[in-house]
Design a protein around this ligand. Sequence first.
Ligand code: SF4
Length: 369
Amino acid sequence: MRFVDEYRDAEAAKRFAEQTRRMATRRWRIMEVCGGQTHTLIRYGIDEMLRECIDPIHGPGCPVCVTPLEKMDRAMAIAAKPGVLFTTFGDMMRVPGSETDLLQLKANGADVRMVYSPTDALKLAEKFPEREVVFFAVGFETTAPANAMSVWLAQKKNIRNFSILVSHVLVPPAISAVLGDPDCQVQGFIAPGHVCTVMGYEEYEELADRYRVPFVVAGFEPLDLLEGISMLVELLESGKAEVRNQYARSVKREGNLVARQILKDVFEVSDMNWRGIGCIPGSGLRLRPEYSAYDAEKKFHVERIQASESELCIAGPVLQGKKKPRECPAFGTVCTPEHPLGAPMVSNEGACAAYYSFRRFEEEVPHAS
Ligand code: SF4
């Protein structure tokens, strides 16, 4: 398949792995920020292929996993209201809230529908003017421009029965929080290619300068990651705290200026609570005051709903790269994809789901250095 097979070629994979092995004089601790990259690493056994060169630490870049519990509970409080048509991407349906999830709520009679984009939700608002249509706007900088555009369009067309429940998070402040932690052991980063496609990588250059760590912006296919890791190991071995771009077929240094502008027009930066991690200053987005009529939390008065996590779930340390999923006592026992206790076991990008799906139950090899 064009644009897929050429990034999964086994011979090229062996060459990149060999190149990395030749360069590495030690085992480097590197963080792949994005959950999609975590799945590629585990699914294709890249971590095992390069076991003697890298110790991958899985980052907080799974949008479903970091959506705070109180947002899930607020989503369900809104979806349960009479007259509401609640729309969401499919991967949010089974994320556990304090007591239930959206799929169960739907089974109980709430009108919860899966959509492929916020524009689909906006079309539903136009089709059913007597209903209140709400879209669950979750994710990183990648999904935020389309969500911003839906609000901008709703205002332009004067569609008043549409609103969004905003739970957007930003990657650079999360990396800054990881690096600012006195226990941080990460020595280099694979930066998320899809986020950088929108935002560019100037912010990562600032982080590299401030914390003296290298970054490589990489894609999601096995060869993208193998090449990205090779580039990162080269930087680490030469002691350079720089940013390199492996994903040049998609990412420009300045990003997508049109997408960045719509983001800036509709959203403003705010403090944000990350599920399992807590509040990270300046790491979220909220609607600007001129768009507050489209803010579902305000419209349905659910801002005060708070929640507390299961004591068994160690999603916080897993999302911060401090623990691996198999270190969780609930992993694969009381927490499975069929009966998830925490979001990392549900999401397509969650580290716990990756370890479970690809049978990573065995013990970790002790660190060499
Ligand atoms: S295995 Fe389940 S309970 Fe443990 S950290 Fe992952 S999601 Fe939470």
